[in-house]
Design a protein around this ligand. Structure first.
Ligand code: AMP
Length: 194
């Protein structure tokens, strides 16, 4: 991998374990010359990861729609800041500029972004490894829901297993590096249950 796209909250809840994980992730990215691609904001976890990478001498590339420049306070100290017109353009460009994805704790926006790139992977539209940094078990319940979808035959286990999960940033990057995810078709062969 050369650049990792990070999806994360526009808020930060003050959790020190999360802060440590963000710093650890920045550390491993900079030491391996992996650029950060992210939403371009200065607020919340977004701002923390961008500053953590920049303070260590790394490269941080932001992609932000004009209408969010004020709300999320576009980061002015980035290596590159791309201003786009829409949320869709933003997500597409973030995916085009990176070759791996890591999702950190966040809210609705984070989940929306995570699931969209995951569904793009499942449909074969890209082949970037997708990781979930499960800090302090933050995403345990979400993963349980996905397991239920597999159990209830709304998702194949192979596709559920496309999500690389770890609570540890270094382990997560190690698991993702050189990984070529192999999704299966979404549709079950015997889907015609009536
Ligand atoms: P959140 O996880 O809600 O704090 O949002 C984190 C980031 O996701 C912010 O940069 C939002 O701009 C972005 N985002 C992307 N898609 C959406 C969406 N559909 N709704 C809300 N936020 C979004």
């Amino acid at each position: 991998m050369k650049a990792i796209c990070i999806f994360c909250g526009a808020n930060y809840n003050g959790d020190l374990v999360l802060k440590q994980s963000i710093d650890q992730l920045a550390e491993v990215m900079v030491s391996r010359n992996l650029s950060l691609v992210y939403g371009g904001g200065k607020v919340g976890v977004m701002g923390l990861i961008a500053d953590a990478v920049l303070n260590r001498g790394g490269k941080a590339i932001g992609v932000i729609p004009q209408f969010l420049m004020d709300k999320e306070v576009g980061h002015t100290g980035l290596t590159e800041l791309h201003i786009v017109e829409s949320m869709h353009q933003r997500k597409q460009m973030m995916n085009d500029l990176s070759d791996g994805v890591i999702t950190l704790p966040g809210g609705l926006g984070t989940l929306e972004e995570f699931f969209e790139v995951l569904t793009w992977l499942q449909l074969g539209l890209h082949n970037h490894p997708i990781g979930l940094l499960n800090v302090n078990g933050f995403y345990d319940l979400l993963l349980q829901q996905l397991d239920l979808m597999v159990e209830q035959r709304f998702m194949k286990k192979v596709n559920r297993d496309l999500i690389i999960t770890s609570a540890d940033a270094i382990e997560l990057v190690n698991l993702m590096d050189n990984l070529k995810p192999e999704p299966e078709e979404v549709w079950f062969k015997d889907k015609n249950i009536t």
